[in-house]
Design a protein around this ligand. Structure first.
Ligand SMILES: Cc1cc2nc3c(=O)[nH]c(=O)nc-3n(C[C@H](O)[C@H](O)[C@H](O)COP(=O)(O)OP(=O)(O)OC[C@H]3O[C@@H](n4cnc5c(N)ncnc54)[C@H](O)[C@@H]3O)c2cc1C
Length: 414
């Protein structure tokens, strides 16, 4: 098939699969999984590392019917795994519903995002995987099984799966009533006001080039019925025209700013569906740190600000509330996520990533599973409290290793 991605969105990974598949029924998928000795699912390919790769069969679920089934009594929606958040959001909003939060872009698939613990921002918002109430998946022997919160702790181990426990066919998500957001962009936040900025609204992001300690832009996404920030808010100035987070790029790619109210799905992401998110020519890394250690971790990185700035397009700071999912970067930890959009030059970026990881080591950094990181296996094992339980689940559900990849073998050696 030609309509399965042959590499990731960023273009830094060419998938090594021998065969590419796009089944149109779940039965076809079940036969594929049962008959393959090495298989992975791919979503929209927005990860920056080889997590979604395989040397065997790569399967896209984009050919399955794009179902969206709302259960108003339970307050959930059950969706086809390959559906993009942007497509789901429009359907939900039309029904008067929403999901609590979104990532910076709506272009990503629900199953792929959940599998890596993808997140947005907000002191009170958990990551997107925390909204998962149930999963339907094809397990290694081709069986179709459903797991839900009723399965307790084991379910908490299966949601952020890294794609390693089976091929997810349907995802059930918690929904809330639809809501409206106003987005204000403010400039030049003093670093010591960052906590106050995060606490000020529903979802807040800070953007910095690391050239100084000042946070160059704050994107404040507030519930529409809240009063706008005052003129002298936290020592910032108001942007008088829409901005792109990456200096010099066209804000036409971005969601509406200047306080214009709009539905949640057209304000919570930074980037608009149908437009290129971010810069498009980039690599990304991201580390989740304990919120309580945020000041120390940022100070540690400030000690290498010139090295970071030299290979950086933009850096984003976000907050995420703790959850219970075993491999979630936010497992039992309110978090500060420090994100880096690098220039597209791995040889220049990787030594900087390596030094950053050494500086962050005292804070037990948890990597974004879908981005570029070089941490060693013991660091990852120590940072995730339920690491050993997930490793055991991996062996139990995939005894022959058909869903494994080199990256999984590195971090969860057999
Ligand atoms: C421009 C840009 C902006 C981004 N912004 C954010 C952000 O704001 N917040 C954030 O947290 N991340 C962000 N990311 C990272 C992105 O959210 C994650 O990499 C996410 O996993 C992408 O989803 P995907 O559908 O592209 O997954 P893919 O990259 O296709 O796959 C990711 C993983 O999911 C697995 N998978 C996919 N589908 C299935 C399935 N059906 N069953 C089982 N496993 C499956 C794959 O095997 C793989 O291991 C950004 C990425 C880009 C390119």
């Amino acid at each position: 098939m030609t309509d399965v991605p042959r590499g990731n969105w960023a273009g830094n990974v060419a998938y090594a699969a021998r065969r590419f598949h796009r089944p149109s029924t779940v039965d076809e998928l079940r036969r594929l999984v049962a008959g393959s000795d090495r298989i992975r699912a791919v979503g929209t390919g927005h990860s920056f590392n080889r997590l979604g790769d395989t040397t065997g069969d790569l399967v896209s679920l984009a050919g399955l019917p794009p179902t969206v089934e709302v259960d108003r009594e339970r307050g959930t929606v059950t969706v086809a795994a390959a559906l993009r958040y942007g497509d789901l959001a429009a359907r939900l909003h039309a029904e008067g519903l929403a999901v609590a939060n979104l990532a910076s872009l709506p272009h990503i698939s629900v199953a792929g995002s959940v599998a890596t613990g993808t997140h947005g921002s907000g002191d009170g918002n958990r990551n997107l995987a925390a909204a998962v109430a149930a999963l339907e998946l094809v397990t290694a022997d081709g069986d179709l099984v459903t797991v839900s919160r009723a399965d307790g702790d084991r379910f908490a181990g299966m949601v952020v799966s890294l794609g390693a426990l089976g091929v997810v066919t349907r995802v059930t998500l918690d929904v809330v009533p639809t809501f409206a957001i106003r987005q204000y962009v403010r400039r030049d936040l003093p670093a010591d006001r960052l906590d106050a900025a995060f606490a000020s609204a529903y979802s807040v992001s800070g953007f910095t080039t690391w050239r100084s300690s000042t946070i160059d832009q704050v994107w404040r996404k507030q519930l529409a019925d809240q009063p706008p920030p005052p003129a002298d808010w936290l020592g910032t100035t108001a942007a008088d025209a829409p901005l792109h987070p990456v200096p010099g790029l066209d804000p036409v790619h971005c969601t509406a700013q200047l306080g214009e109210p709009g539905p949640w799905h057209e304000r919570l992401p930074h980037f608009r569906l149908g437009f290129t998110p971010s810069s498009g020519d980039e690599l990304q890394s991201e580390y989740h740190l304990p919120r309580a250690a945020a000041a120390g971790a940022l100070a540690a990185l400030a000690g290498m600000r010139d090295r970071i700035a030299a290979v950086l397009q933009i850096s984003e700071l976000r907050t995420i509330a703790a959850d219970d999912l075993w491999l979630s970067p936010n497992h039992r930890r309110d978090s500060l996520a420090v994100h880096f959009t690098w220039v597209d030059d791995a040889a220049a970026v990787l030594p900087v990533v390596d030094e950053m990881e050494q500086r962050l080591a005292p804070f037990a950094p948890r990597p974004h599973w879908g981005k570029v990181f070089t941490l060693d296996q013991p660091s990852v094992a120590t940072a995730f409290g339920r690491y050993a339980d997930f490793a055991a689940l991996l062996t139990e559900l995939d005894p022959t290793g058909k869903f494994r990849t080199d990256l999984l073998d590195r971090y969860f050696p057999r």
